[in-house]
Write a protein that binds this ligand. Structure first.
Ligand code: MG
Length: 394
């Protein structure tokens, strides 16, 4: 029986993880959960799963959840809060496996604490690997702790890499759906609306990652994530646009063989893979090979999607640069979603912030978080400039 901790239990990956645990009660059990501000969902999860520890965002939310549980007669659950609470959830003695699925850098400290405590981690939080990949992977190597990717592309690569040795790999191919603007001419990019950008052709996801898929910055973050997870240089990671999102990624070996992983577009499969690794478990997540039809692959357009170039540059520089890339993007995406800046100002904001980013390499999570805050501040200033520019142009 594997005891599972979930960081980000009320988010989409968290809920998918719980649906897997529900399906395999003889294999997995919930040990502890960390939610955010959604205390209604946290309450229901406490009632259903009876975790030893439940963490929520703030002290106020924790005390209101605790009294609600008491009124409902649900006892034996320790309710904690904040970063300390998340760290407690991640490092509980009885936990065998931690699913790290808190969006953004909020889950960073807890993910690092889990690795330090020797817990295998299933990583759905790509920002953690982008911002602190150098620190996290070094700690994981030192502790001999497996980091199992839940991001579908990296999960596919992890699967394909089991067919050969690392020294036999020539390069990795990350597939990208291309997003909703795959065929949109560059001159129309300035008029892209929020509603258009939120319509992803193949995956249903959160708002930021959907916009990141439209700018291809998501693929950029995944390039950095792949470099860190698989310990390969940026030039060994290639992107191919594959609109059907059926091949989740590929590994090219030195003899010329290319291995691909194909499955349903359903996050429950990479989650099940990570939870049960190194075993494979029977599931009903089948894929009808007859439905494959046509598979297309084309090179990405770096001119229409400058975020890809920015990500390669940040991956090459490492240290503060991937941190700034991620932080600036989050701020710029928010400004775009609020209708303050145009779509094309997202890469411009990121580029200005990166140009002003120092070439330093943080050694601790606290330093990572400080660089993240600085980059956010710089991005907010840049976005304000673009917003003013956009309003005077109107
Ligand atoms: Mg992905």
């Amino acid at each position: 029986m594997k005891q599972i901790a979930i960081l980000g239990s009320t988010g989409s990956i968290g809920q998918s993880t719980l649906s897997i645990i529900r399906k395999y009660p003889e294999r997995f059990r919930v040990a502890s959960l960390a939610a955010g501000r959604n205390t209604d969902a946290a309450f229901e999860q406490c009632v259903e799963w009876r975790p030893q520890v439940m963490s929520v965002a703030t002290e106020e939310l924790a005390s209101s959840l605790a009294s609600r549980l008491k009124a409902a007669g649900v006892t034996g659950i320790e309710v904690v809060h904040g970063t300390e609470g998340t760290v407690k959830v991640a490092t509980l003695r009885c936990t065998d496996f931690v699913v790290s699925a808190i969006v953004g850098v909020a889950g960073l400290e807890a993910t690092y604490a889990a690795v330090q405590a020797g817990k295998p981690v299933g990583l759905a939080n790509k920002e953690a690997m982008v911002a602190a990949g150098e620190i996290l992977t070094a700690a994981a190597r030192a502790k001999n702790v497996p980091l199992l990717p839940i991001d579908s592309e990296h999960n596919a690569i992890h699967q394909c890499m089991r067919a050969g040795e690392k020294r036999e790999i020539r390069r990795l191919w990350l597939t990208a759906s291309g997003g909703p603007f795959r065929n949109l001419p560059l001159r129309e990019f300035d008029n892209i609306t929020v509603a258009q950008a939120l319509k992803h052709p193949t995956w249903v996801m959160g708002r930021r990652i959907t916009i990141d898929s439209a700018t291809l910055l998501n693929k950029g973050l995944e390039i950095i994530e792949a470099c860190r997870l698989f310990d390969l240089p940026p030039n060994a990671i290639k992107v191919t646009v594959h609109p059907q999102s059926t091949v989740h990624s590929l590994v090219e070996y030195i003899d010329g063989s290319i291995l691909a992983q194909i499955s349903v577009t359903d996050m429950r499969l990479p989650i099940l893979y990570a939870l049960s690794y190194p075993e494979r478990v029977e599931s009903d997540l089948t894929f009808d090979i007859a439905s494959l039809g046509q598979l297309n692959f084309e090179p990405p357009d770096f001119e229409r999607f400058p975020c890809l170039r920015l990500a390669y540059e940040a991956a090459e520089k490492g240290g503060a640069h991937p941190i700034a890339l991620n932080a600036a993007d989050e701020v710029a995406v928010e400004a775009f979603l609020d209708g303050k800046i145009p779509f094309t100002a997202i890469p411009r904001t990121i580029e200005s912030v990166l140009q002003a980013t120092p070439e330093t390499h943080p050694a601790t999570i606290a330093e990572v978080l400080a660089l993240d805050r600085e980059a956010r501040q710089a991005a907010a200033n840049e976005a304000r400039r673009f917003a003013q520019h956009a309003s005077t142009a109107r």
